[in-house]
Write a protein that binds this ligand. Structure first.
Ligand SMILES: [Zn+2]
Length: 413
């Protein structure tokens, strides 16, 4: 299985990356040949020709299109040490040690940066830039995958810019962001830009069947319900809690007949998001806090006092945990809003007599009811209300207020 197999429905992008990996491999081979050759040996032609390889890449595409999967696959191909390459095989075999450790995240020269925080600051970015400047331990490429380049603060962006402008000879930056506008113009102008598209439902279903062993019917339903978002489709197909949450969200349109129902539905959405944040906190925060206490020299357990001068580090961790809770809550709400948009899109499809399969076929009765009792104009206004709610959350409006305004607007239609 080649590393590209997990990059779903992106033929053009994978072709470009495979070509770059091939040229990158030629550069490594030529350099090592050169190192052993007499001093006046000229550089081989392959290295001076128009190479498909470059030092900075920007992967953009809608959520779920597989930006980071594509970046990781490329990172793996750059580290591929398959003996087949000497026989003309393409790098990225998926089996060799280089490919495998890159994909599972343990390769010494592949740093995958994913944040569960809302922003990436100057300090973290400086550390990363220092790390990027190191020579690759394995002699191939030093690869930094920055999964949320859109979350760099402006200061952090400027730190990164210097590194991207003058990269070390074997350093490769792989930046991922939803859209090109999410990245500083100065940075993106120095990156080769790859655009991923939303993969077709059939391709997502296929990967769920092939890789996750999910029953075809369930895979198909999950892929359709999540409209080509691979990660969400997988979670929906494999996680009971996610299914229950989604079922509750899809009932919301039937509950906004009166203002009391609107307020109650809004409160429940917020509570569910809060629960998600709490669950993450329960799983991670306590352990993290104990680890830091131990590292700072406090006695294990609850009673140990922290040594003098370490309160700042503990405060920093608490701030980080708080930001993570906010992010988890927002992601959870975002998921609910996606499901709601999908519901009303189905309503609109019925109202317009479009002959497309419904994303939410399991609640077809309710979709039909709402479609029959309203007009396409009202449905469009409802979709706009969901989008406006998302915008308000992005602008840091208090979540409950934003969601209440949305449920009220859904009632008005
Ligand atoms: Zn390989």
């Amino acid at each position: 299985m080649a590393v590209w197999d997990d990059v779903v429905g992106q033929d053009r992008v994978t072709a470009q990356l495979a070509a770059a990996a091939r040229d990158a491999d030629a550069i490594v081979t030529a350099d090592s040949a050169l190192a052993g050759a007499p001093r006046d040996t000229p550089a081989p032609a392959g290295q001076t020709g128009a190479s498909q390889m470059t030092h900075a890449w920007l992967f953009t595409g809608p959520p779920g299109s597989g930006r980071s999967t594509a970046a990781r696959a490329f990172a793996a191909a750059l580290q591929c040490v398959s003996p087949d390459r000497a026989l003309g095989g393409a790098p990225g075999c998926g089996f060799c040690d280089g490919c495998h450790t890159s994909l599972v995240g343990t390769h010494a020269d592949v740093e995958i940066v994913r944040t569960d925080l809302l922003s990436i600051g100057v300090k973290e970015t400086r550390d990363l830039v220092r790390r990027a400047a190191l020579s690759p331990a394995g002699g191939r490429w030093q690869v930094i995958v920055l999964e949320d380049a859109d979350r760099l603060t402006e200061g952090a962006g400027n730190v990164l810019l210097k590194a991207v402008e003058e990269p070390a000879p074997r350093t490769v930056w792989l930046l991922c962001a939803p859209s090109i506008e999410d990245v500083l113009p100065t940075i993106r102008s120095r990156c080769r830009h790859l655009t991923l598209r939303t993969p077709p439902v059939s391709a997502v279903a296929d990967v769920l069947i092939r890789r996750d062993g999910i029953e075809p019917a369930a895979a198909e339903a999950a892929a359709r319900a999540t409209q080509g978002h691979i990660g969400r489709a997988r979670r929906l197909a494999t996680d009971e809690r996610t299914r229950a949450r989604r079922a509750a969200v899809l009932k919301l349109p039937m509950r906004v007949d009166d203002i009391g129902g609107c307020l109650k539905a809004a409160q429940e959405l917020i509570d569910a998001a809060g629960e998600d944040a709490k669950q993450v906190a329960d799983e991670v925060d306590t352990k993290e806090t104990e680890e830091l206490r131990a590292a700072l020299g406090a006695a294990a357990g609850t009673g140990g006092r922290l040594p003098r001068g370490t309160a700042g580090a503990m405060k920093e961790l608490q701030d980080k945990q708080k930001r993570r809770a906010t992010r988890t809550q927002r992601d959870s709400l975002d998921l609910a809003l996606s499901d709601l948009t999908g519901f009303y899109r189905d309503v609109l499809a019925l109202q317009m007599g479009a002959s497309v399969p419904l994303a939410n076929d399991e609640v077809r009765d309710n979709i039909q009811r709402i479609a029959a009792s309203s007009t396409p104009e009202r449905t469009l206004r409802r979709i706009e209300a969901v989008i406006a709610c998302r915008g308000a959350l992005d602008r840091n409006v208090a979540p409950l207020l934003a969601v209440e305004a949305m449920t009220a607007a859904l009632r008005a239609g």
